[in-house]
Design a protein around this ligand. Structure first.
Ligand code: SF4
Length: 347
């Protein structure tokens, strides 16, 4: 019996990916499900879900299904637009043929990826590096062989996993075609890290980050302004700048703290055992962090949480995925922060 469209094109797509991967229309390939740590008190992702490493054969079947879907879209697009280009007519024709595809969770994502040239891939979910090195390498080779158009593959990774993994394993993964790692640093202050149950210390962050760089990865570190609240804002700012400077990653990305409903920190905020910073205090903390940041990478505010406005009512920072080049534009960022503080009556 012929497989149905649901079987033929079946592949899993997880919920989360970094905004910059959305910006580059990355193909989402799911290697693991959910988060192997899942204890950070500020995090609302994957909370009710169990962590699982997906079998390599299952991941390869997903990649095969993506390839078949891409080929069928190309075949149906042929003759309806520019030569060899996937287009909307192809998608419409495929859905006409298989109406069940209207409910396919990955069709729109794959279509956007193909439209943008099929160049970048993000491996889901929260820490693909927890897979056995041999298995991860096998998946990367298979993915790159199946889609030769790929120029960049990225993944989330935990500092602790990077710190524990042998350098030679990281180098093998890098050689197999994983290019960039997105790491949640959140803070460089041990007290804050312990308080939010990050499962990493400042030392682990530095060791994991440096090892990733030594293995040849591009490194994107995410920090969370405001995570220390009123009690620890100064130590949070100073130590985060210190740890990020010690790592010197390619990208530093700001993800200001928000008390997400349902999280432990939302309950602490409601109970006033954790006191959030006011917008002015947030900017003061940000100024202290940026002042201490001695890096040669880019600092990005590429998330709606960086909401502060300047005197003319425009966003204080560019939300570009490439952000500001440091150290050249460090003063520009500090000037922007001072502008934001003046709006709030501070100098
Ligand atoms: S490691 Fe990341 S995904 Fe996992 S609980 Fe912490 S913040 Fe959430």
């Amino acid at each position: 019996m012929k497989p149905s469209a649901t079987e033929k094109y079946a592949f899993e797509t997880g919920v989360y990916r970094p905004p910059s991967e959305g910006g580059s229309n990355s193909l989402l390939v799911r290697l693991t499900r959910n988060c192997p740590w899942n204890r950070c008190t500020f995090c609302g992702m994957y909370k009710t879900e169990k962590f699982q490493v997906r079998p390599v054969e299952e991941i390869k079947r997903d990649i095969d299904a993506m390839a078949v879907l891409s080929d069928d879209l190309a075949a149906l697009s042929r003759g309806t637009g520019p030569v060899n280009e996937i287009n909307r007519q192809g998608v419409i024709a495929l859905i006409d043929k298989y109406p069940a595809l209207n409910h396919h969770q990955g069709l729109a994502m794959l279509y956007q990826w193909l439209l943008s040239g099929g160049k970048t891939v993000f491996l889901q979910d929260a820490n693909s590096l927890i897979m056995k090195t041999r298995q991860l390498v096998e998946v990367l080779h298979y993915l790159r062989r199946t889609f030769p158009s790929i120029v960049r593959v990225t993944s989330y990774a935990r500092s602790k996993t990077l710190a524990q993994k042998p350098l030679d394993d990281l180098k093998a993964i890098r050689r197999a075609g994983l290019d960039r790692l997105h790491v949640g640093l959140e803070s460089g202050d041990d007290k804050v890290l312990q308080q939010v149950r990050k499962g990493a210390t400042a030392e682990i962050h530095i060791s994991g980050g440096r090892k990733a760089l030594e293995a040849g990865f591009q490194l994107s570190e995410y920090w969370m302004p405001g995570l220390g609240g009123k009690a620890l804002w100064q130590a949070h700012a100073e130590n985060t700048a210190r740890v990020l400077s010690a790592i010197d990653p390619h990208y530093v990305r700001s993800r200001p703290f928000r008390a997400w409903p349902g999280t432990a920190m939302a309950r602490e905020t409601a109970a006033r055992t954790f006191e959030m910073l006011t917008p002015t205090e947030q900017l003061r903390e940000l100024r202290l962090t940026i002042q201490g940041l001695e890096i040669t990478g880019r600092v990005c505010f590429d998330h709606v949480g960086n909401y502060w406005k300047d005197r003319s009512g425009r966003l204080l920072f560019s939300h570009s995925y490439q952000g500001y080049a440091f150290p050249e534009e460090k003063q520009t960022v500090l000037d922007r922060i001072n502008d934001g503080l003046q709006v709030r009556g501070e100098t």
